[in-house]
Ligand binder design. Structure first.
Ligand code: ADP
Ligand code: GLC
Length: 475
């Protein structure tokens, strides 16, 4: 279960991954069921109410909420989706809200999932939790649901997509979370500091912890990348499983959002996508140099604040373009707007969340910028590889695991990789891309090597099922 599942609710990679993981588990023969809140933004057309899951009461502290469940299907088939309806908590447009009841909202998602399993008589072998939103389940299975033999054999996996978000709340929410009397099971340092955190409880009680790339599994066990949780992670151990790519959604051969389709055998469509992107972005002509693309949440994680300084020289003196799409931090958004003004006809920034544009940038750009300070996995660099859009990435997390630096001596490599999280390293990388781009044969060979990479879920899913099997066999 997860707070996001594409295409119903998505702000970033979690939405893609939660949906794809469940879909490919079903294709692999498993009975996967995915629970998601029925957010106000989700269209109910096509959803069917589940008769015996109507107005089910859940007591949370002094209040009793009721939930109902609607079922639906993912567009490309796959798991049954269960949408948890609880208007006072989920009936708003936004996925994450600034109001004071986030603990109740995601507490409710998890409680509703367990209560639904009980009413369905469904005893999952594995409950797979994602991020802090559903990380209380392992603790609840050991406390308030311990009595229920239905879950006696159930194992829990917690996948950490992003340690920067921990779901920390003042300890006054303990009652709301039905954990009064179980304080001794909470993380004692946090409790002494007057806090409880969903994520920490998951780290303590999930049967297995995973992160979304092997490199990040090593990183999170260090103080630099551990967000204060490295000690627990070292003690418990964490497995890194690289995210997969849903090539049904993200392939230039099939993409329904792009101007022309293409493949490694016939790249002419990519040139058409480039022209279409520049026209749609109202950028000038047919530049000699590369078109750089960005599609991102704008947060300090992504390192995009380095872009203006890193690209200034190239934009001033070379025939290059930059097309960026993103929303979030207003300072970063403003710096992209400033670049638009400073380099008219060369830079376009589109603020907001726009799925078709994300596809058109992947297809139409020549190179893709991901200068992340940390990146648990990252999906866009893997999408870029498939679209023949050369990724420019920092050597961290899943970026390091999916992009190999182009080596001019051997001719091998799929992208440009740099080490330091600073503007001069990114400048080196972008200028290297612009230089390599001038040699069309070299550039084409980098593109084709990237397009030949395979990060499909059919491969990645085997690692998850092997983990599930190990847990279940352990008893
Ligand atoms: P993260 O989950 O940290 O945001 P990922 O690279 O794993 O990073 O996933 C980001 C996903 O969100 C990709 O599918 C990307 O295309 C999408 N995305 C991010 N920002 C936007 C946006 N402004 N408009 C459309 N899609 C976006
Ligand atoms: C997170 C991470 C990103 C990862 C995604 C899906 O949001 O920031 O690196 O790809 O989750 O696992």
């Amino acid at each position: 279960m997860a707070s996001e599942a594409a295409p119903f609710a998505k702000t970033g990679g979690l939405g893609d991954v939660a949906a794809a993981l469940a879909r490919y588990l079903v294709r692999d023969g498993h009975d996967a069921r995915l629970f998601l809140p029925l957010y106000g933004r989700i269209d109910r057309k096509g959803l069917v109410p589940v008769g015996f899951l109507r107005d089910v009461p859940v007591r949370m502290g002094d209040r009793t909420f009721t939930f109902s469940v609607w079922s639906g299907a993912l567009p490309q088939g796959g798991p049954t989706m269960y949408f948890v309806e609880c208007a006072p908590l989920f009936g708003r447009q936004e996925i994450y809200s600034q109001q004071g009841d986030e603990h109740l909202r995601f507490g409710m998602l998890s409680r509703a999932a367990l209560e639904s399993c009980q009413r369905m008589g469904f005893a999952p072998h594995v409950v797979h939790c994602n991020d802090w939103h559903t990380a209380l389940i392992p603790l609840w299975l050991r406390t308030i649901y311990k009595w229920d033999r239905l879950f006696a054999e159930t194992k829990t996996v917690l996948t950490l997509h992003n340690l920067a978000y921990q779901g920390g709340f003042p300890k006054s929410v303990i009652g709301d979370l039905s954990l009064r009397g179980f304080e001794n099971l909470l993380h004692q340092d946090e409790l002494r500091a007057g806090r409880v955190s969903f994520l920490t409880s998951g780290l303590l009680y999930a049967d297995a912890l995973t992160v979304v790339s092997p490199t990040h599994s090593r990183e999170v066990q260090t103080a630099e990348y551990g967000f204060g949780l490295d000690g627990i992670l070292r003690a418990r151990g964490v497995t890194g499983i690289l995210n997969g790519v849903d090539y049904d959604e993200w392939s230039p051969e099939r993409d329904r959002h792009i101007a022309a389709r293409y493949s490694p055998q016939d790249m002419s469509g990519k040139a058409a996508c480039r022209r279409a992107l520049l026209a749609e972005a109202q950028l000038a002509g047919d530049p000699q140099g590369p078109v750089f693309g960005v599609v991102s949440r704008l947060t300090s994680q992504k390192g995009l604040d380095l872009v203006p300084a890193a690209l200034a020289r190239l934009l001033a003196s070379d025939d290059v373009r930059l097309v960026a799409l993103g929303s979030g931090d207003q300072r970063v958004a403003q710096s992209f707007r400033d670049m638009e003004r400073q380099f008219p006809g060369k830079v376009r920034f589109r603020e907001g969340y726009d799925e078709p544009w994300a596809h058109r940038i992947e297809a139409g750009a020549d190179a893709f910028l991901m200068p992340s300070r940390f990146e648990p996995c990252g999906l866009n660099q893997m999408y870029s590889l498939r679209y023949g859009t050369v990724p420019i990435v920092r050597n961290t997390g899943g970026l390091a695991d999916s992009v190999t630096i182009y080596d001019p001596d051997t001719g091998h490599g799929t992208g440009i990789v740099f080490d330091s999280p600073d503007a001069s390293a990114l400048r080196w990388a972008a200028e290297t891309a612009a230089r390599l781009y001038r040699d069309r044969a070299v550039w084409r060979s980098i593109q084709l090597q990237g397009m030949a990479e395979d990060f499909s879920w059919t491969r990645q899913i085997q690692e998850y099922t092997a983990l599930y099997r190990r847990l279940c066999e352990r008893g």
